[in-house]
Design a protein around this ligand. Structure first.
Ligand SMILES: Cc1cc2nc3c(=O)[nH]c(=O)nc-3n(C[C@H](O)[C@H](O)[C@H](O)COP(=O)(O)OP(=O)(O)OC[C@H]3O[C@@H](n4cnc5c(N)ncnc54)[C@H](O)[C@@H]3O)c2cc1C
Length: 523
């Protein structure tokens, strides 16, 4: 069997690309996904997402020792299933700031300004509030208000506004700054992935073939053209040809790894691992960005926290009515604000949970608690992805260099102080007990800095490792074509020229939508 298009990776972006390309009955599309079908209850039940961590649904990355975090190796989950990270994420629907996309375009990403990408955000979206200038109502991706928002989440929002952050009913509308409850990628209380929204309806089409358990080892390139891929499935390694294009959508870690395994990347590094160099491009795997996040946790006297989510009554409420604590996306409430004066995009995001959240959810606490995560959406530090070896089954070596830029630490320390201020503000203050993290003994800014270096995690947003740019500063052009090779594109969070000021699922879906149109236009 020959295919016109092969899409590698069925995640937030890849599932969209494959589904949209297969709308044309005259083309044959093969979508290859290393993981499984993504139907487990821990995927579908929103509050259970952290239970996937380190299981078979997770790629289970760990960074190299982080130089500014006392050499800690930081855990990074990544969804391994149809839907990719959209099957594992915290479901917060955020697009970032208008200025993110205008800056992409100003930097040379032609066609990626806010006004040019907005139609793709709205095309994707089925917002339960209906459509308007900023929102779509008929797209494949359900975006809904939380089904059973926790009373404590509302109280946290009230306390945020009491500290001077304005109320915001729509972070994806005219203004991003403010506090409120997040909209989520759920449908009637269940997680809604790109598999649910795009692939399930498209799989009836005879011209779309989807293989799960199919790990792509490399892209085959003949005379400067991508002609297919080498894939391992059911213990067998085989080549499959693509007559038109190969689209790599394997995510910000695996996409640059696949490019490097195929001979596209920093020449010296590839030679070190015995890979023949086809295109010498130092940007492959470079410019890696993420949003570090520190979780401020307090005990609370509030009733109904997520500590009770697994009680039989809650399970019954979920199974029968799709309501209750199990519909929680954990990070229910939040805010965007500036830690220093300035009128650009807000550099900080609060992600607050009506429950204890620490160490990626691996740790628990005996008493009811709540968490306010400080996610540095204006982070400046960059890292990189490199090959650990030429073995495609070896995970890539990743280092983020979190807090390499001292301004990042200044902002994070200020955010932790602001989170404490929220906890000390009414109406929340009346419900607040002992501070658990950072803990009352961590008082000065210097103490806070040390504590952050010891315990900071991140918002699970790796991006920018195959970014749009010129041949000298990027990996793909504005039409997502890999420099130096024809018939090869990248479409996922790797192509962001810079990470947006917010969560990255909606932007990855937008990239998938736009990529499909760019590919269709060149056919
Ligand atoms: C725990 C967690 C919480 C998050 N919370 C949020 C949130 O609340 N809101 C938000 O907006 N964002 C969130 N994110 C981030 C967001 O989900 C990701 O940025 C986004 O899904 C990335 O999309 P992608 O298409 O770039 O990659 P992915 O969705 O990761 O897709 C890549 C796909 O490629 C597959 N693959 C990889 N290598 C190969 C190979 N060699 N062969 C075949 N297939 C391969 C993978 O299995 C995967 O399915 C979260 C992420 C995680 C992990």
């Amino acid at each position: 069997m020959r295919y016109d298009y092969i899409v590698v990776g069925a995640g937030s972006a890849g599932a969209v690309v494959a589904a949209r390309l297969s709308e044309n009955p005259d083309v044959h599309v093969l979508l290859l996904e290393a993981g499984g079908k993504g139907r487990h209850p821990n995927i579908q039940i929103p509050a259970a997402f952290a239970k996937q961590f380190t299981t078979g649904h997770d790629w289970n990355y760990r960074t190299e020792p982080e130089p500014h975090l006392f050499g800690r190796e930081i855990y990074h989950p990544r969804g391994r299933m149809l839907g990719g990270c959209s099957g594992q994420n915290a479901m917060i629907y955020i697009r970032g700031n208008r200025s993110d996309y205008d800056a992409w375009a100003d930097g040379g990403a032609k066609g990626w300004s806010y006004d040019e990408v907005l139609p793709y955000f709205t095309k994707a979206e089925a917002n339960s509030r209906g459509g308007d200038r900023f929102h779509g109502a008929d797209g494949p991706l359900h975006v809904e208000d939380p089904r059973s928002p926790n009373e404590l989440s509302r109280t946290i929002v009230d306390a945020m506004t009491a500290t001077g952050i304005p109320l915001n009913d729509d972070f994806n509308g005219a203004e991003q700054v403010g506090a409120g409850l997040y909209q989520v990628t759920q449908h009637r209380g269940r997680r809604w992935t790109t598999n649910d929204g795009y692939l399930m309806p498209a799989r009836k089409r005879p011209n779309l073939t989807v293989w799960t358990g199919a790990t792509v080892h490399r892209i085959q390139i003949d005379n400067g053209r991508a002609v297919g891929i080498v894939v391992e499935k059911d213990g067998r390694i085989r080549s499959v040809r693509a007559d038109s294009e190969v689209v790599v959508s394997a995510g910000a870690f695996a996409t640059p790894q696949l490019l490097m395994l195929s001979g596209i990347g920093p020449a010296d590094h590839l030679r070190e691992h015995g890979v023949d160099v086809l295109v010498d491009n130092a940007n492959v795997g470079g410019h890696l960005m993420d949003h570090p996040m520190y979780m401020v946790n307090h005990e609370t006297s509030a009733e109904g926290t997520l500590a009770g989510a697994e009680k039989p009554l809650q399970l019954a409420n979920y199974l029968v009515r799709r309501r209750g604590l199990l519909t929680s996306n954990i990070g229910e409430a939040g805010a965007f604000f500036h830690t220093r004066s300035g009128d650009g995009a807000p550099d900080m995001q609060f992600i607050a949970a009506p429950g204890y959240f620490w160490n990626n959810g691996f740790d628990s606490h005996d008493n009811p608690a709540f968490a306010i995560g400080c996610s540095l959406v204006g982070s400046q530090s960059t890292g990189r992805v490199r090959l650990r070896s030429a073995d495609p089954t070896d995970k890539a070596a990743v280092v983020f260099n979190y807090f390499a830029d001292p301004a990042d630490m200044e902002a994070m320390v200020t955010a932790v102080e602001r989170a404490r201020e929220v906890a000390a503000s009414e109406p929340l203050a009346a419900l607040v007990g002992k501070e658990l993290h950072p803990g009352p003994v961590v008082g000065t800014r210097t103490d806070l800095e040390t504590e952050i270096r010891r315990n900071v995690a991140h918002t699970y947003h790796p991006s920018c490792t195959a970014r749009i740019g010129s041949e000298s500063d990027g990996v793909v052009d504005s039409e997502l074509r890999v420099h130096g090779v024809s018939g090869l594109r990248v479409a996922d969070a790797s192509v962001f020229p810079r990470i947006p000021h917010g969560n990255t699922h909606a932007p990855a879906v937008m990239v998938g939508e736009k990529a499909a149109d760019l590919i269709k236009e060149t056919r």
